[in-house]
Design a protein around this ligand. Sequence first.
Ligand code: SF4
Ligand code: SF4
Length: 126
Amino acid sequence: MNSLKLRPHHALCAQFFEGKGYSEAFVAHMYGILSELDRGTSVTLVDGCDAICAGCPNMQNGACETDEKVRSIDRRAIEAMGVRFGDTLPWRDLSALAKDRIIAAEKLSDVCRDCEWIDICEGKRG
Ligand code: SF4
Ligand code: SF4
């Protein structure tokens, strides 16, 4: 079965997305990815740009414009979830790890530090 490429910190972004984003096209792309995840797809964790980045105006020549920042968030997220780059697992399992080991464990502010959207995501955490 095909799996969807996902960078680790996007397991968190997917929990909080509420239609705000870098462009209208990106928001539409994000909703498309979220419905694919909801349909029970598997995901493969990648160390770099993924299926979500593919629709983002900040991706240039295959890399994120804020590569260093997002890679740091990825590293903190993957470590906290206890998974590894290259792992393939059902989205519902990765989503549960993100919820249990980062959000419920009150690590979101630390994992996502430096992200411009942190106040929105922290506000929705409850
Ligand atoms: S704070 Fe940023 S990186 Fe973290 S979940 Fe929200 S949008 Fe994603
Ligand atoms: S900002 Fe960077 S990491 Fe986030 S979706 Fe866009 S290209 Fe990907």
